[in-house]
Design a protein around this ligand. Structure first.
Ligand code: HEM
Length: 434
């Protein structure tokens, strides 16, 4: 492995200051060193790998040599959540949750995706400038709570907004990376409020013994209750799904609006495509735009692992207990794989061209691939097509940079002037979408 000398260190630092994000230095280190390097921070020296070959090792062939569970704040927050447990415990929770996120459930979730999008967007005044980062979060939050827990949080948005943002901030990178035990103020109260809210939902449901018969449906929450899990473990899974299932979609929607705003020609082509069809199974350009948005700005830009057994990447060894990141961002921006890797170019996904192996991993891969991958993609397609059909979006041309929070977010936001279009939307067209 090439070492990081002082010249390279300076270039990385300069790029950090210029791009206001650690993604700049990561690109510099990847360009100068290659597919394997170590970040020499004081007290924290994670290894970084990227590219199809390394991804395959971490996600598939040698996945038994890594652990998902770490000692980060995310572990403190999510407890026994499916995202951060290993082995049989993980497989048990995952198996319990998969049916609720299976593609066959998607048609019934579509109605909720539309009505929640409609609720949020009906608040917009004609000609108003809205922040699509904030609006996307409202939509995604309403959708995840309604579809998985049958909880309408519309009237509670004000109450849970800050606790939700605080929980995301709690697990976002910060000084705790270098000093794990650094005192963290301002979290205890909002995190407790969010916990109380989730425990309240569980309690309410437990009291309704005939809920399934009366409502004529089932949902993830009911499934977890029927499986005999304790309130604490159900809370862990709910919070995991709440965060993993809405912060990612928020970022995807917001980045897609930003990219469309920055590329008016493609934006117009997408609008034309949506206007022409009543069949949301056939919106190839929109689908390619979503795929390209996930390539350039993958909401989860790294996978975080702890080495359980020494690993070897082309002769570079990582000892047990070290930290390993597989970088989705660097994988997606690899010039050796992607033509014009840094450019927004949705047509690269056209005519069914499939990226080779694990060189495209917005949802991870292997047995622990994102459980909500289909949900997230259908949601993006439904929400975007609905909004683009109902509104004209005009980008205000401000500067945006990727911010490394729990997800990769467009900061300071995506400010769009919205104007209602004359076209009416036939909501039947969304019903059969899968
Ligand atoms: C655009 C949307 C989404 C993106 C880009 C995304 C991305 C990812 C990625 C990259 C992973 C694997 C991380 C790793 O290897 O360390 C993952 C795992 C996961 N995602 Fe998603 N996700 C999205 C939507 C969702 C939704 C909607 C849900 C829930 C409804 C969800 C729940 C989860 C869970 C529970 C895991 C852990 C799975 C396991 O370890 O077995 N995600 N996601």
């Amino acid at each position: 492995m090439n070492k990081i000398d002082s010249k390279l260190g300076r270039a990385a630092l300069f790029s950090f200051l210029k791009e206001k994000s650690p993604l700049g230095p990561l690109k510099i280190l990847a360009n100068h060193i290659g597919y394997f390097f170590q970040i020499p921070m004081p007290m924290f020296k994670p290894y970084v790998v990227f590219g199809a070959q390394a991804n395959k090792k971490v996600l598939v062939t040698e996945r038994d040599k890594v652990l998902w569970r770490n000692t980060d704040p995310v572990t403190d927050l999510l407890g026994q959540g499916v995202l951060i447990v290993d082995g049989d415990e993980h497989d048990h929770y995952r198996k319990l949750m998969e049916p609720s996120l299976h593609a066959s459930r998607l048609p019934e979730y579509t109605a909720s995706m539309i009505s929640q999008t409609d609720r949020v967007s009906s608040q917009w005044r004609d000609g108003e400038i809205v922040d699509m980062l904030v609006e996307s979060r409202k939509i995604a939050l309403l959708i995840i709570m309604d579809t998985l827990f049958s909880k309408d949080v519309w009237d509670d948005l004000d109450k849970i907004w800050k606790p939700v943002l605080k929980s995301i901030q709690y697990i976002s990178p910060g000084a705790w990376i270098l000093w794990r035990k650094i005192p963290r103020f301002g979290f205890r109260k909002p995190l407790k409020e969010l916990d109380d809210y989730l425990f309240g939902i569980i309690e309410e449901r437990r009291k309704k013994k005939d809920w399934k018969v009366e409502s004529g449906k089932s949902d993830l929450l009911q499934h977890l209750i029927d499986a005999g899990l304790s309130d604490k473990v159900i809370r862990d899974q709910m919070l995991t799904m709440l965060i993993a299932g809405h912060d990612t979609s928020t970022a995807l929607l917001a980045w897609t609006f930003a990219l469309l705003g920055q590329h008016p020609e493609i934006h117009q082509q997408v609008v034309n495509e949506i206007d022409k069809t009543n069949d949301l199974e056939r919106v190839p350009l929109l689908d390619n735009v979503i795929k390209e948005s996930l390539r350039l700005y993958p909401p989860i830009h790294i996978g975080n692992r702890r080495i359980a057994q020494e690993m070897d990447f082309d002769g570079n060894k990582i000892p047990k207990d070290e930290r390993l990141f597989y970088s989705i961002y660097l994988t997606h921006r690899d010039e050796n794989v992607w033509e014009n890797a840094q450019s927004f170019c949705p047509e690269r996904f056209s005519s069914g061209k499939k990226p080779a192996g694990l060189s495209y991993v917005p949802f991870g891969g292997g047995p622990r691939v994102c459980i909500g991958a289909t949900f997230g993609q259908v949601e993006a397609r439904v929400v975007l097509s609905y909004l683009l059909k109902k509104f004209m979006f005009e980008f205000t041309n401000h500067k945006i940079h990727p911010h490394m929070g729990a997800t990769l977010e467009p900061r300071p936001g995506v400010m769009m002037k919205v104007k209602r279009r004359k076209l009416s939307v036939n909501s039947n067209q969304y019903k059969e979408i899968k």
